[in-house]
Design a protein around this ligand. Structure first.
Ligand code: S3P
Length: 435
């Protein structure tokens, strides 16, 4: 992949309606469940990102026929619980932690061996959080000192477990539930804080007799899934950049239609409102079993807050965007209890702190958060550290900085948000590829 740098600078107020692409988490899950269901499933609003396409390519290697009749549409011919075929070639998950961790659960109960690999960033992400509990279920998975590549041994007889997650993680929960489909007896997961419940909701939609409530889920293995159609809402995490952008650029008013509003994802909405943001929700409805609504975001002066720790899991992917809002807020913003940020696509506490310092912001880094002293952003050069959300957050920073912000190496933006540059420029960003 070639390097791609961006330059972002201030322009006019942001206006108009921005159609945010499909939800990444839901797109991954829809592909996986459709693949092992019986019959044909249609997915609408599928995210055409590199991460979700990598998952589609892995499933194709495992013998699943997936067609793409149009952008954002997939038709998946399910092969049934036991219809996947082994691949002699490694299964490349690209940059996708969700893809790799969920596929590890799915593959742990198969008859064949699999090797899962990823790019430089994914190869540094911790996998024991998934492989340890899967081992308790009877799986055998080799890692490179807890990191990818993962060698998943087939032909294991899995059995259900009752597992209390040490950290709140929807990926780990989902991996264990997918393995639980192949396990004898019941698999029960208990979370320290409820996380996104897409796997649970979608398993139910595919006919699994799963029971779940916030913070817990339980299913019995051996039940066939039946194909169903999935409507994917717009990704709240991608909408987050536009929510922050319109909040901090004077005179802005943006509409973000049909954004997924699952309460386990909308912590940033609450955080921004606590900071004084003017964000309203119109036309709230249900689509594909998920709450969705149109977000109307207007500029408002923001002030710093002590972020309630209880919000952290519900906004775990939105911290890079929040750091930019905090840098433009009056006073200080205190973030605690967010140590998980250190094991995302980059160490997001360190990379955001380094980037904000390069733009003249005073920020104290702590092991599990940061204290950001807001007020103004200066011009400067920042590094994305191959992290899509870091790149997009600093593109937002450029809108309000005293001069241009150059962001080095933004090619990973396409993992989650294809077309970000065009959509951003369409509503008033001045963002261009340089270098
Ligand atoms: C995801 C869960 C979260 C999130 C990631 C997507 C998912 O990860 O950060 O972007 O789709 O289940 P963790 O489970 O590691 O918190």
């Amino acid at each position: 992949m070639n390097r791609l740098d961006w330059s972002s600078e201030s322009g006019s107020p942001l206006h108009g309606s921005v159609q945010i692409p499909g939800d990444k988490s839901i797109s991954h899950r829809a592909l996986m469940l459709a693949a092992i269901a019986e019959g044909e499933s249609r997915i609408h609003g599928f995210l055409e990102g590199e991460d979700t396409r990598a998952t589609a390519a892995v499933l194709a290697r495992l013998g699943v026929h997936i067609e793409a009749p149009a952008a954002g549409d997939r038709v998946v011919q399910g092969v049934g619980l036991h219809g996947l075929r082994g691949s002699a070639d490694p299964l490349d998950c690209g940059n996708a932690g969700t893809g790799m961790r969920l596929l590890t659960g799915l593959l742990a109960g198969q008859e064949f061996d699999s090797r899962l690999i990823g790019d430089a960033s994914l190869s540094q992400r911790p996998m024991r959080r998934v492989t340890d509990p899967l081992a308790l279920m009877g799986a055998r998975i080799d890692t490179r000192d807890g990191l990818p590549p993962l060698q998943v041994h087939g032909g294991r007889r899995l059995h259900g477990i009752r597992y209390e997650l040490p950290v709140a993680s929807a990926q780990v929960k989902s991996a264990l539930l997918l393995a639980g489909l192949y396990a004898a007896g019941e698999t029960e997961i208990i979370e320290p804080h409820p996380t996104r419940d897409y796997t649970e909701r979608m398993l139910a939609a595919f006919g699994s007799p799963i029971s779940f409530a916030p913070g817990r889920a339980k299913l019995a293995g051996g039940h066939a899934l039946r194909a169903t159609d999935v409507d994917v809402p717009a990704d709240f995490s991608s909408a987050a950049f536009f929510m922050v952008a319109a909040s901090i650029v004077q005179g802005s008013a943006l509409r973000l239609p049909a954004v997924g509003l699952n309460p386990r994802r909308t912590g940033l909405l609450q955080a921004l409102r606590l900071m004084g943001a003017d964000i309203t929700i119109a036309h709230e409805r249900e689509s594909g079993g998920e709450p969705v609504g149109d977000l109307l975001v207007r500029h408002a002066p923001l002030h710093g807050v002590e972020l309630p720790e209880v919000l952290v899991p519900d906004m775990i992917d939105e911290f890079p965007a929040l750091f930019i809002a905090a840098a433009m807020a009056s006073g200080s913003t205190v973030i605690r209890g967010a140590g998980e940020l250190r094991v995302k696509e980059s160490d997001r506490i360190a990379t955001m702190a380094a980037g904000l310092r390069a733009l003249g912001v005073a920020i104290d880094e702590t092991p599990d958060g940061a204290i950001i002293h807001g007020g103004r952003l200066g011009a400067g050069v920042v590094e994305s550290h191959l992290d899509h959300r870091i790149a997009m957050s600093f593109a937002v920073a450029g809108l309000v900085a005293d001069g241009p912000v150059r962001i080095n190496d933004c090619r990973h933006v396409a993992t989650s948000f294809p077309g970000f540059l065009e959509l951003a420029n369409g509503c008033g960003f001045v963002l261009q590829a340089v270098g």
